[in-house]
Design a protein around this ligand. Structure first.
Ligand code: GLU
Length: 330
C-alpha cells in the first residue's frame, strides 16, 4: 500500500506557523514512507477564499521546499459533493432542518438551563412532508444535517492512541447551508475517498470532527483512513500562542530573514522525543521522523530557539550563499 497524505489549508488567510507544522508532519511522514503528498486547497467558502492567499500558500510551501506530488481545489468538485449528498439523503442520513440561528440559540440556552448538553434536539426529524412544504412556502430554506449514529466512533490514533467519541454527545453536524453551500466536513471526506488518502494527519482541534467524519466515510461505503491528531502549539511560556506567534506567517518569517531549515528543524522536533537541533535538509528530517516520537503534550514554539537555530544555520553557510540574504535584512 502506498502511503498518501494531504495537506488541506483554507485560502482564507496566509500560511501561519501552525499550518506549516501540519504541512511538515504530513510531508515528512509521506517521504519517510516513500509516499505521496497532496496539496488540497479547501476553498468551499467562496466568499472568504482568495486567489492571492492560494498563490501565497503555494509560494510559501515552495520556499520551504515542501513540494507536492499532486494538487486540486475543492471548488472544482461541487458536482461530486452534490452527488455524495444525494447518496446520504437516499439513506435517510442527511435531513432538512429549518431552524433559524436565533431559534437554535434559544433551544441551546433552555437545554443548558436544564443541565442538559447543548446538543441539537433533532426536532426536524419529526417534520412531515406537509410541514416542510408549509415552511418552504413561508420562504424558509433548509440547511442539512448528517444523522450521527448515537454510538461510538472509534479509531486508533497514531499520536493519541485509542480514541472513542460518543456521537450522542455532539450535535448532528450541518453539512449544507441554507444557500446550498457545503461546509468543510463532508467535502473533506469525499476528497479523501476519491484521492485514496491513507492517512489523515492534522491538529487535535479536529478530534471531534473525526468522530462525525468516520461515520460519513462509512455511510458513503468507504473505509476511514488512519488518523493522527497532533497536539497544538503553545508559546515558550507554556501559555497559548501569543498574538504574534498565533498569526506569524511564512511570509513574515521570510521577510524577517529566517532560513527555511531553521523553521523546519524547529517545527519538526518540538513536541517530540528528539532534541531540537538544526538539520540541513528535509530529507534528513524525513529520515528521523516517526509518530512514535511525538508526545501528547502541546509543543512549545520558542522564538529564541528559532533564532538560535537560524544563527547556527547561517553561520554554517558560505559567504556567497549568505550575501543575497543579508541584503534583504532590515
Ligand atoms: N481546511 C481544514 C483546516 O484547515 C482541513 C482540516 C483537515 O486536514 O481535514 O482546518
Amino acid at each position: 500500500m502506498t502511503v498518501k497524505v494531504r495537506f488541506a489549508p483554507s485560502p482564507t488567510g496566509k500560511l501561519h506557523v501552525g499550518n506549516i507544522r501540519t504541512a511538515l508532519v504530513n510531508w515528512l511522514f509521506a517521504k519517510s514512507q516513500d509516499g505521496v503528498f497532496v496539496l488540497r486547497i479547501d476553498d468551499t467558502d467562496l466568499e472568504r477564499s482568495t486567489k492571492e492567499n492560494e498563490d501565497g500558500i503555494r509560494a510559501d510551501l515552495s520556499w520551504l521546499g515542501m513540494t507536492w506530488d499532486d494538487t486540486f481545489k475543492q471548488s472544482e468538485k461541487f458536482d461530486r459533493y452534490s452527488q455524495a449528498a444525494e447518496q446520504l439523503k437516499a439513506k435517510g442520513l442527511l435531513y432538512a432542518c429549518y431552524e433559524t440561528p436565533e431559534e437554535l440559540e434559544r433551544r441551546k440556552k433552555i437545554a443548558q438551563s436544564r443541565g442538559k448538553p447543548p446538543v441539537y434536539d433533532r426536532a426536524a426529524l419529526e417534520l412531515t412532508a406537509d410541514d416542510r412544504k408549509t415552511l418552504e412556502a413561508e420562504g424558509r430554506k433548509p440547511h442539512w444535517r448528517f444523522k450521527l449514529s448515537g454510538g461510538r466512533a472509534e479509531w486508533n490514533d497514531l499520536v493519541r492512541g485509542q480514541q472513542s467519541i460518543d456521537t450522542a454527545s455532539v450535535s448532528d453536524p450541518v453539512l449544507i447551508r441554507e444557500d446550498g453551500s457545503f461546509l468543510y466536513t463532508m467535502p473533506s471526506v469525499v476528497d479523501d475517498i476519491d484521492a485514496k488518502i491513507t492517512h489523515v494527519i492534522r491538529g487535535e482541534d479536529h478530534v471531534t470532527n473525526s468522530g462525525a467524519q468516520i461515520e460519513i466515510f462509512l455511510a458513503l461505503g468507504a473505509q476511514p483512513p488512519e488518523m493522527a491528531h497532533m497536539p497544538l502549539l503553545i508559546g515558550a511560556d507554556g501559555q497559548g500562542l501569543s498574538k504574534r506567534l498565533g498569526s506569524l506567517s511564512a511570509e513574515q518569517l521570510r521577510n524577517e530573514g529566517y532560513e527555511p531549515m531553521a523553521i523546519l528543524s524547529l517545527l519538526a522536533k518540538i513536541g517530540t522525543s528528539d532534541p531540537v537541533e538544526a538539520r540541513e535538509s528535509l530529507a534528513q528530517l524525513a529520515m528521523e521522523f516517526a509518530f512514535s516520537k511525538m508526545g501528547r503534550a502541546p509543543a512549545r514554539f520558542d522564538e529564541n530557539e528559532l533564532n538560535g537555530l537560524n544563527a547556527q544555520i547561517v553561520h554554517g553557510m558560505s559567504f556567497d550563499a549568505v550575501k543575497p540574504r543579508l541584503a534583504k535584512l532590515p
